[in-house]
Design a protein around this ligand. Structure first.
Ligand code: PDD
Length: 285
């Protein structure tokens, strides 16, 4: 199926959509992105994603090319044009095409705006949630502004490949002996009634799903501890899980070959996944 995608104000067949070879997104990874899930044809936590987009753009001194209402209209139009009932909308804004290659950037260059949909059945009813993920730990050698959602995704991609080669599902990054986050998700451990996750800083992406899950967890009377934790502590925890816009809440059952808890998905992860999907479906736009 040929998708209809959005490039700089135009809805085009994917085969006709182009971006310049001089685009700074292509040459310098000078761009930011967002991924929003679609369930039942509606956008999940859209407000959170446009707010973080604004923050990423501000941090890189880039103008936001569209208003929040315009972003919503483009997302909805693409979902409708491509008949997406379950899947994702990917959006990317780059510093555009200055007409040549140069490390420095100047004013007056229009940003490049690209959006496309990815249909994915079984996102909500994901069989992996019943099995859980097996992960390995790898050193976090990414740059120091991981709070900005840039398209600089080479090391996370390498991390996924290291996991694949090791015969597991994903990797958790570690720095100074502590877990930072997953290759494309935030990381949590559970001890009794406590949900433990790394505090927000420039060390990790400020997950939109993280914010919602922590809010719902508090409402459900879980204790939240935002602090650093080690691989060893995670291996000895009762449960572990990850969150992201596309995985929602997903249990982690093994870290570096050691089973976590019973080695099966835990109750807290299952409960938080259920609450998250329930609440977010209700609030979808
Ligand atoms: N990844 N940490 C990293 C490094 C991520 O790339 C992501 C999201 C998250 C979770 O953030 P959120 O809950 O806002 O999705 C944490 C997206 C899904 C991706 O790159 O596809």
């Amino acid at each position: 199926m040929t998708r209809t995608v959005y490039v700089n104000g135009q809805y085009l067949p994917e085969t006709e959509a182009t971006v310049s070879i001089f685009d700074r997104g292509f040459l310098m990874a000078d761009g930011v992105y967002e991924v929003t899930s679609v369930l039942n044809g509606k956008l999940i936590d859209f407000g959170g994603h446009v707010a973080r987009l604004q923050r990423s753009l501000d941090e890189l001194e880039m103008d936001n090319p569209l208003s929040a209402d315009e972003w919503l209209a483009v997302h909805r139009e693409l979902v409708a044009l491509n008949n997406v009932t379950e899947g994702m909308v990917y959006l990317q804004v780059t510093r555009g095409n200055p007409g040549d290659r140069d490390f420095a950037w100047g004013p007056g260059v229009a940003p490049t705006v690209v959006l496309f949909t990815q249909a994915k059945a079984g996102l909500a009813d994901n069989p992996q949630a019943k099995i859980g993920l097996r992960v390995i730990s790898i050193p976090d050698i990414r740059w120091g502004r991981r709070d900005i959602k840039t398209v600089q995704l080479l090391y996370p991609s390498m991390g996924k490949m290291m996991a694949k080669k090791a015969g597991v599902d994903d990797a958790w990054f570690t720095e100074d002996g502590h877990v930072t986050e997953g290759t494309s998700n935030n990381a949590y451990i559970v001890k009794g009634n406590k949900i433990i996750t790394r505090p927000l800083s420039s060390d990790i992406l400020h997950g939109i799903t993280r914010a919602a899950v922590l809010r719902f967890a508090k409402e459900a009377q879980f204790e939240i501890e935002e602090r650093l934790f080690t691989v060893e502590e995670a291996q000895a925890a009762d449960e572990a899980f990850i969150t992201s816009a596309s995985a929602f809440v997903m249990p982690v059952v093994e870290l570096d070959g050691a089973s976590i808890g019973t080695g099966k998905p835990g109750k807290v992860a299952a409960r938080m996944r259920e609450i998250y999907l329930d609440e977010m479906n209700k609030a979808a736009v």
